[in-house]
Write a protein that binds this ligand. Structure first.
Ligand code: COA
Length: 350
């Protein structure tokens, strides 16, 4: 997106998580796990889950509304929802989200790149703005993995949570704060089996019969995914920084997908940027998939960890495998991050 006189510029940030909070202790009452194991292996203390009957669009609308408010905008030319848990396999979730935000008639579509989904969506929407197709775009990352986890799988249940985050983009100059620069996206489909839901797509169709085994649930091979996540995010962030002319010492903040606190520490070491420069909210929300990057962006903005003028790199890694990163100088925006009061769900509701 650099090299022209027009760029996509971040002009608003918003995020939302559902009120139901599941602590490690609550999980340990139902699964063979412990608060100590989850905290020491992942950094996670709790996660939020959607209420029964809720869906991804509900979260996306809340986050989208907050990003519009943050930008002082009441419309957008394009609405992109990054998600791997759409309300239904068909149609996309974005048109419904757009309409519920009062944006019926605009271009609206989903992007599926699992935990890298938001970075991919930023790339697509940013490119539409840079090309002159659109003046503004609302880019939302939203996922409800609690709806596709195996209730008996302690590994995935400990990690994932539900949430949504969003960024509002407008057309601007490549040299102004907030302009997206040095975008890099990548994939390796030879390792798609490491993170997958086997059933429900064209490869393993719905038969109308009860689902075979646990094929409708999400599954992940944690250990190899960990290694790929560290290597791919470190390489991608380093390359993006180099492309925009930043040495490691020039980077003020690295805002990464929140998959595991140990992954953040390992990437910090590999790219030679202090771990304190990596904002994190994983203790409070877990891995929220496509919502993760905009959610930690919003939290870091509200906490003051991000301030105008800082040089930051955003990065993600996820199923596919997919990865990506983008650089920007943080603009003067006020993130809107207001949640409902937390509640404890009934054990049968998660
Ligand atoms: N509570 C207690 N024990 C658990 C557990 C839990 N919640 N989850 C796994 N274990 C057990 C395993 O069953 C295994 O037991 P075993 O040795 O008896 O077989 C042991 O802990 C070690 O399992 P392993 O998978 O090797 O643990 P790990 O240290 O790699 O941590 C993850 C597991 C999932 C936390 C870690 O691999 C991870 O974060 N992976 C990357 C996830 C990611 O990046 N996702 C991004 C894309 S979405």
């Amino acid at each position: 997106m650099s090299g022209t006189d027009r760029a996509a510029v971040v002009a608003g940030v918003g995020a939302w998580v559902p009120p139901a909070v599941v602590t490690n202790e609550a999980l340990a009452e139902r699964l063979d796990t412990s608060d100590e194991w989850i905290r020491s292996r992942t950094g996670i203390r709790r996660r939020h889950v959607i209420a029964p009957g809720g869906a991804t669009s509900d979260l996306a609308v809340e986050a989208g509304r907050r990003a519009l408010e943050s930008a002082g905008a009441d419309d957008a030319d394009v609405v992109v929802v990054a998600t791997s848990t759409p309300d239904r396999p068909c149609p996309a979730t974005a048109p419904e989200v757009a309409s519920r935000l009062g944006l019926t008639g605009v271009a609206a579509f989903d992007v599926a790149a699992v935990c890298t989904g938001f970075v991919y969506a930023l790339g697509v929407a940013g490119g539409m703005i840079a090309s002159g197709f659109a003046r503004t775009a609302l880019v939302i990352g939203a996922d409800t993995f609690s709806t596709i986890l195996d209730p008996l799988d302690r590994t995935t249940r400990a990690i994932f949570g539900d949430g949504a985050g969003a960024v509002f983009l407008r057309a601007g100059r490549p040299t102004e704060p907030g302009a997206l620069m040095g975008l890099r996206l990548g994939s390796d489909g030879t390792r798609s089996e490491l993170i997958e839901v086997k059933a429900g797509g064209s490869r393993q169709r719905s038969t109308g019969l009860p689902a075979r085994d646990r094929d409708t649930y999400f599954r992940m091979e944690g250990r190899p995914v960990f290694a790929h996540a560290v290597r791919r995010m470190a390489t991608s962030v380093r390359a993006t920084a180099a492309e925009v002319g930043w040495a490691p010492a020039d980077i003020h903040r690295v805002v990464l997908h929140q998959a595991n606190a140990r992954i953040l520490a390992a990437v910090a070491e590999q790219i030679d940027v202090p771990a304190e420069c990596f904002p994190s909210n994983i203790d409070r929300v877990g891995n929220t998939v496509a919502a993760s990057v905009p959610l930690v962006l919003a939290d870091a903005c509200v906490s003051g960890e991000l301030s105008p003028g800082q040089r930051i790199v955003l990065g993600g890694f996820g199923g596919g495998l997919t990865w990506g990163s983008v650089a920007l100088v943080w603009p003067d925006v006020t993130a809107i991050r207001s949640d409902a009061a937390p509640v404890s769900p009934s054990p049968t509701d998660y």
